[in-house]
Design a binder for this molecule. Structure first.
Ligand code: HEM
Length: 369
């Protein structure tokens, strides 16, 4: 007898292609590419179109919980297994700006040793699977139409130096009051609020993805006490003043000199496509309708998080892409679909201009110490 559960089943009718989707998506990607070429000329080094600045490249492990109920034992999470992972912490701008400029933070995860054919044809044989998260539950520009408006505003300012930086920052983060609401910005002086400790944040997929038979958003939150206590905790002014450009790098580095930390990964399964839409990533799915349910634990042991070799490997060699996944975790909705071309375009340009190979690691040993 099959057990009743309230979760929406994944079928290809969960997604709806939007009017003019291809054209709008093309405009977004072309605009991002043009801005990225300007950034290349500025730095004479190619960087990511978004999340250009990394703050730590970490080695860790992802332990899928044993005995998950069948609605959670899906896709990658269908069997209790421990995988090595590489995690890249970043901030959202597509340029290299001082850490003091508040912005959303990214946590990109590459899981190593994942068997099975992957979604992107060129990476179908890779033994990796990526998840990309940001420290906010929704993407404020939750549809490609909204995203295009933001991107066009960003491009129109892209040549104007300091002003560009301000716009870039705003664009990357959505709206200033969103940041202020989560303590990442100060509404009176938006560019001087560096936000709370980066290791205390909770990170979200923001938009939906397939979760095997179901549809979900995922998140990762602090689990061990030493990172739980950093949630919302202001960074020491002394540390900020010592180096306004790189204090995020420093606090991660200092923390992992001698500490171990764990985080928990959870899935929020869709129970109602009306109130938990897939085609608008700006809508927060109510947790009273469907809570985040734990599926795995992430552990980081003491390590050097930002050696020169690691930075180059994480920034220039690796790429993280939400579509580099098992078909069971395919990203869903128009704001996700546009990412397919956006990440491929950005990554290809970066690897070409920096003359770097694009490598999917077969083993965690490939991550330099
Ligand atoms: C929906 C929620 C989104 C999340 C959670 C997210 C998260 C991230 C993260 C964590 C990174 C850094 C990856 C790394 O460390 O290599 C990243 C990079 C990037 N994001 Fe997003 N992002 C989102 C939406 C978008 C959208 C809508 C676009 C554009 C249409 C976009 C374009 C990019 C690009 C081009 C990169 C750089 C890719 C590369 O050069 O390797 N993202 N994103």
């Amino acid at each position: 007898m099959t057990e009743f559960n309230p979760y929406i089943l994944y079928t290809n009718t969960v997604e709806t292609i939007q009017p003019d989707e291809q054209e709008i998506s093309r405009k977004i990607v072309d605009s991002m590419a043009r801005v990225n070429q300007l950034m290349y000329e500025k730095y004479r080094h190619a960087i990511r179109d978004a999340h250009a600045k990394s703050h730590g490249i970490l080695k860790g492990e992802l332990q899928i919980y044993d005995n998950l109920p069948s609605h959670l034992a899906q896709g990658l999470f269908s069997s209790a297994k421990t995988y090595p992972i590489i995690v890249r912490f970043s901030t959202a701008q597509g340029s290299i700006v001082p850490d003091k400029m508040s912005a959303f933070r990214g946590m990109a995860i590459k899981i190593i040793g994942v068997e099975g054919t992957k979604l992107l044809p060129e990476l179908s044989d890779a033994l990796t699977q990526d998840f990309l998260l940001v420290n906010y539950p929704v993407i404020p520009t939750g549809t490609i139409k909204e995203y295009l408006k933001m991107q066009e505003g960003l491009e129109s300012q892209a040549n104007s130096g300091e002003l560009f930086q301000k716009v870039a920052q705003k664009a990357a983060v959505g709206v200033q009051n969103v940041l202020a609401a989560v303590g990442l910005a100060d509404s009176t002086n938006e560019l001087s609020a560096p936000g709370p400790h980066i290791l205390g944040d909770t990170y979200f997929s923001m938009a939906a993805l397939r979760f095997g038979d179901y549809v979900a958003k995922i998140n990762i939150q602090p689990l061990s006490e030493n990172v739980k206590e950093l949630a919302g905790k202001k960074i020491d002014h002394e540390i900020i003043d010592q180096d306004e450009n790189a204090f995020l790098t420093k606090i991660i580095k200092d923390f992992f000199k001698n500490q171990t930390a764990s985080y928990e990964m959870s899935a929020q399964l869709c129970t109602d496509l009306e109130i938990m839409p897939v085609e608008d990533g700006s809508v927060q799915w109510p947790e009273d309708k469907s809570p985040y349910q734990p599926v795995a634990r992430i552990t980081f042991r003491p390590q050097e998080t930002f050696s020169p070799e690691r930075r180059v490997y994480g920034d220039d060699v690796l790429s993280f892409n939400p579509f580099h996944c098992l078909p069971a975790h395919r990203p869903l909705g128009n704001i996700m679909r546009v990412r397919k071309l956006a990440y491929e375009t950005s990554s290809r340009y970066r690897h070409h201009m920096n003359a770097q190979p694009r490598i999917e690691p077969k083993s965690i040993e490939e991550l330099p110490d």
